[in-house]
Design a binder for this molecule. Sequence first.
Ligand SMILES: [Zn+2]
Length: 123
Amino acid sequence: MKAAVFVAASAAPGHFVDVMEVARPELAAGRLLVKVIACGVCRTDLHIVEGDLKALRPRLIPGHQIVGEVVEGATAEMPVGTRVGVSWMGGTDGTCWYCRHGMENLCDDPTFTGYSVDGGYAE
Ligand SMILES: [Zn+2]
């Protein structure tokens, strides 16, 4: 698939991402594969590619304001073609005090879409 990839080692002023072919994500258990329709640009994305936020990975697909459609991993509740939004929270541990009390947004060990895991500047 085509993606806009931030390569930390080659980042330079005015050069933030490279559009390239990357491997299509593997569908993991309990996850959905989404075809991206649109992905917004947030100031956080700029903080990442400008180096204001520490690079967590050598290569990253930024973007955390994603709208797409389910293409794989469908369930009865989320059939193929369902329009979905993907949030900044890429995942939570599900075990910490906050997760166990319905406040996953404060999780002690979260992942972040487009920062610690690949985001939506991709097909
Ligand atoms: Zn948690």
